[in-house]
Design a protein around this ligand. Sequence first.
Ligand code: ATP
Ligand code: MG
Length: 363
Amino acid sequence: MANPSLLILAGDGIGPEVMAEVKKIIGWFDAKRGIRFDVSEDLVGGAAYDVHGTPLHDSTMAKAQEVDAVLLGAVGGPKYDKLDFSVKPERGLLRLRKEMDLFSNLRPAQCFDALADFSSLKREVVAGLDIVIVRELTSGVYFGEPRGIFTEGNERVGINTQRYTESEIARVARSAFELARRRNNKVCSMEKANVMESGILWREVVQEVHDKEYPDVELSHMYADAGAMQLCRWPKQFDVIVTDNLFGDLLSDAAAMLTGSLGMLPSASLGAPMANGRPKALYEPVHGSAPDIAGQGKANPIACILSFAMALRYSFDMGAEADRLEKAVEKVLADGVRTADLMGPEGGVPVSTSGMGDAVIAA
Ligand code: ATP
Ligand code: MG
């Protein structure tokens, strides 16, 4: 059987620095576990613009469509701020998401015990927290027509339209139920069916998909405003949350702050199933290119490492290896190993980006 294939797009700023640590880990899997990936590397963002005059070359786009998974570092930086909108680094990432049709955005909020004091909430509320928000990514109010700023009578009016088709709701619901079956069989769907027609349809379709295809999964519904409140009050009541593009944007950022540091958060964006049954997928840390610390060996590589762990789990069916990697991260944190962003008042063992990668491999 062919080796699983992975396209690495390290990108800009700290992207290549954190990706270097993932490459070391991929080397470890090969040497110590006999697990080999067909890894190819290419350019995205400013790095691609510098060479090709475009933030994503067609040949890179074609490769991304063929591989089992794409792992991306970060794009953008001050050097590119003045570029025309059409060739900005971020457009490279947007093109990948759009052409791969990545409609389901998974944002885990996981609180490692050793970092529970970094949270904006009390330790007992967040310690051991492990939830995933599934956000619909390609439709909803950010895309619906009509949109624009118009003149009505003698004043201007700004218009956006929340629009969801049944099939758009059904496919992201399936993605959430599939995820739930790999976790703890529990989904909470959030919308505002009390005041929005799209919310009424959302609730109906999620329930229908559940009853027909996933009756084994426990499903509940919650209004998104109540959900936001519950997420701050007692987040451990949730496991998988599925919601639309707008509410998902807000809820996943709020959930991120439960866990403390931007340098810790991975994400996955999934599309339709490929021939092998696994979804098209792009994995990336939630953080950006962090130009303020780029090139200094200060970046925390854990978000990128955990993004690779998600790839192991969701694209390569290597759940046990994903567990192994996540456990190693947990141990390193428990041992007090800290990049600068994780250094709290209690101190710890200070390490550079590559020091953190080495510690994870040793663990
Ligand atoms: P973008 O527009 O690409 O999202 P941003 O400026 O909003 O960029 P980041 O680039 O993620 O966000 O940086 C926000 C802050 O967090 C910066 O001060 C940065 O140094 C810090 N930061 C981001 N990622 C990391 C990391 N992996 N390790 C340490 N610090 C980080
Ligand atoms: Mg940002």
